[in-house]
Design a protein around this ligand. Structure first.
Ligand code: FAD
Length: 466
C-alpha cells in the first residue's frame, strides 16, 4: 500500500464534534493551538449532543468535591459570561426541586447542604404554600421544595455550533466523515488513520462521547472506562402549554437519574422527560409507547392542566454514561493523549469548564500555549424565543417552516459557510425546520427544493430525532 501524505501542522487533534469536542476546539484555538476536529458523521452534533433537556445546570446537585461539580460550575459561569457576545440564549427561569412524599421532603435539607458545598449559595427551602404561590398549576401532593435560581434554559445546538464556529474563525480545521480508525505515536507526534485520510498532530484529545472507550482502545490498546449508554425519552407539548410552568420543575433525584423534569424549551414548548434506560446500542434510541405513556401520566400529575394540551413530538437521546458517576477525564503525558469520557448528563452545562480543564492538561503534555491577542468572536443567528427572530426582520425571503416560523434566509444561511448543514437533521439543528406541530408535513417539499444538491445526505426520509 502506498503511504498517503497526512494533513499536518496541527498541535492538537480533537476527536468528536459533540458539544464537548466543540468547546475544547474553541478553548484550544483561543489559547493559540492549531487544532483539527475529526468527526465521523457527515455533520456535527450527531451523537449524544443531538438530544438533551437543554438545561444549563449550576451543578447544585453534583457530588460535592467531584470533577463534575467543579467543571459544571466553571462551564455555567463561562456560559453566562459569553452567551450574549456569541448570540446565545439564556432563559433564567430558575428551578424548583419538588418533594412529593414525606421521604423526599426529608431529603431536601441535604440537597440544600450539597448545593452550598458546591458553591451554589442562593438556594432556599420553600414550604408547600410558597411553592404554590410560585407555581399555582402544580398537582396535588406538593410538600415542599428547594428553589435554585441559577438553573436556566438554553438551546442544545446553538451553543456547540457557536463554539465550533469560533474555533474555525480562529484557524481550526473541521474534517467531517473522518472516523478515527487507528493511530500510532512516532517521534512525539500522532499519526491518525481516519476514514477521510491520515492526519498528524502533537496531542490527541478523545472527545468521542458514546464511543470514547472504543477510540481509547483503537489508539492506546486499552481503556479505563466502559460506556454504558443510558437512553432518555422525552415528550414535547405544544406551544400552548409553554406558560403552564415558569420554573424548571425537578423531582428529588435518585442515585441513577435526575428524574423526570418538566420545563420550558428555548423553542417555546413545554418539555417532559427524560427517562433513564440502560441499553447496549450506542446509535439507536427508539421511542417506546410504554415509556412515553408513563411520562405523560407523570406530567399530568405534576401539572394537571397538561391534560388539555396536545403533544407536538417525542424524541430520545443517549447519555454516554460509564460504570461510575463522575466524568472519566484522564491524560497520559507519555502517550500525548487526553481522554474526556463519560460526560453523562451534564455535558452541555460543563462543556466550557471541561474545555478549560483539557487546555491545562494539554499544556502539561505539550508545554505552554500562547493565547490569541485578538480572536474572532462570531455571533450565531438567534433561533430561540428568548430574543427577536428573523421572521420579524425585513428581507427574510418569507417563511418556509410556518410551525416554527423559519425563514428562507435562515435556511439559506444554514446551508453556507464553514459550518454549513450537511443533512436535514443538521439543518433542523441550525434553524428549527420540521420541529413544529406538522413535523415537516408542510415544509418538506420546499426544503427538498432548496437543499437539492447541497446536502451530503440528501433529503429523502424524515429524520426522527428532534
Ligand atoms: C436524555 C438526555 C438529557 C440530557 N440533559 C442535559 C441537560 O439538560 N443539560 C446538560 O448539561 N446536559 C444534558 N445531557 C448531557 C449532554 O447531552 C451530554 O453530556 C453531551 O451531549 C455529551 O457530549 P459529548 O461531546 O461528550 O459526546 P457526543 O455528543 O456523543 O459527541 C461525540 C462525537 O464523537 C463522534 N465520534 C465517535 N467516534 C468517533 C471516531 N472514531 N472518530 C471520529 N469521531 C467520532 C460522534 O459522532 C459524536 O459526534 C443530557 C443527555 C441526554 C441523553
Amino acid at each position: 500500500m502506498t503511504e498517503r501524505k497526512a494533513r499536518d501542522g496541527f498541535d492538537v487533534a480533537v476527536i468528536g464534534a459533540g458539544v464537548v469536542g466543540c468547546a475544547i476546539a474553541r478553548r484550544l484555538t483561543l489559547e493559540g493551538a492549531r487544532v483539527v476536529v475529526l468527526e465521523k458523521a457527515a455533520d456535527v452534533l450527531d451523537g449524544a449532543s443531538k438530544a438533551n433537556s437543554a438545561i444549563l445546570h449550576t451543578g447544585f446537585d453534583a457530588p460535592p468535591g467531584s470533577l463534575e461539580a467543579a467543571l459544571v460550575a466553571a462551564g455555567h459561569e463561562e456560559y453566562r459570561a459569553i452567551h450574549a457576545r456569541l448570540g446565545l440564549p439564556l432563559m433564567e427561569t430558575g428551578a424548583l426541586v419538588i418533594a412529593w412524599s414525606e421521604a423526599e421532603e426529608a431529603r431536601l435539607p441535604a440537597i440544600v447542604e450539597d448545593a452550598r458545598r458546591n458553591g451554589v449559595d442562593d438556594v432556599a427551602l420553600l414550604t408547600a404554600r410558597q411553592v404554590r404561590a410560585l407555581e399555582p398549576g402544580l398537582g396535588e401532593g406538593v410538600r415542599a421544595a428547594v428553589r435554585v435560581p441559577g438553573e436556566s434554559i438554553v438551546d442544545a445546538w446553538s451553543a456547540p455550533h457557536a463554539y465550533l464556529l469560533q474555533a474555525l474563525g480562529n484557524g481550526a480545521v473541521l474534517a467531517l466523515s473522518a472516523e478515527v480508525l487507528s493511530g500510532h505515536l512516532e517521534a512525539g507526534r500522532w499519526r491518525l488513520e481516519t476514514a477521510g485520510g491520515p492526519v498528524e498532530a502533537g496531542v490527541v484529545v478523545n472527545a468521542a462521547g458514546l464511543h470514547g472507550d472504543t477510540v481509547d482502545r483503537r489508539l492506546l490498546g486499552e481503556t479505563h472506562f466502559s460506556i454504558r449508554p443510558r437512553k432518555g425519552q422525552f415528550v414535547v407539548f405544544d406551544k400552548s402549554a409553554f406558560a403552564l410552568a415558569d420554573h424548571i420543575l425537578l423531582p428529588v433525584p435518585t442515585a441513577i437519574t435526575k428524574g423526570v423534569v418538566v420545563c420550558r424549551t428555548a423553542w417555546g414548548n413545554l418539555l417532559v422527560g427524560p427517562t433513564a434506560e440502560e441499553q447496549e446500542d450506542r446509535e439507536a434510541a427508539p421511542l417506546t409507547r410504554e415509556a412515553l405513556e408513563a411520562l405523560l401520566a407523570r406530567a399530568r400529575a405534576i401539572l394537571p392542566a397538561l391534560a388539555g394540551h396536545e403533544v407536538t413530538a417525542a424524541y430520545a437521546g443517549l447519555r454516554p454514561a460509564s460504570e461510575t458517576k463522575d466524568y472519566r477525564i484522564r491524560h497520559d503525558a507519555a502517550r500525548r493523549m487526553v481522554t474526556v469520557g463519560g460526560i453523562r448528563s451534564t455535558g452541555l452545562s460543563a462543556a466550557l469548564g471541561i474545555a478549560r480543564h483539557v487546555h491545562r492538561l494539554v499544556e502539561e503534555i505539550a508545554g505552554p500555549t500562547q493565547r490569541l491577542a485578538d480572536p474572532d468572536w462570531p455571533r450565531v443567528r438567534n433561533i430561540s424565543e428568548a430574543a427577536p427572530r428573523d421572521w420579524q426582520a425585513p428581507g427574510n425571503g418569507g417563511i418556509v417552516c410556518h410551525c416554527e416560523r423559519v425563514t428562507r434566509r435562515e435556511v439559506e444561511e444554514a446551508l453556507k459557510g464553514p459550518l454549513a448543514a450537511r443533512s436535514l437533521a443538521g439543518l433542523k439543528r441550525r434553524t428549527r425546520v420540521t420541529m413544529g406541530r406538522c413535523q415537516g408535513f408542510y415544509c418538506t417539499a420546499e426544503l427538498a427544493r432548496i437543499t437539492r444538491g447541497r446536502l451530503a445526505e440528501p433529503m429523502m426520509a424524515r429524520d426522527g430525532d428532534h
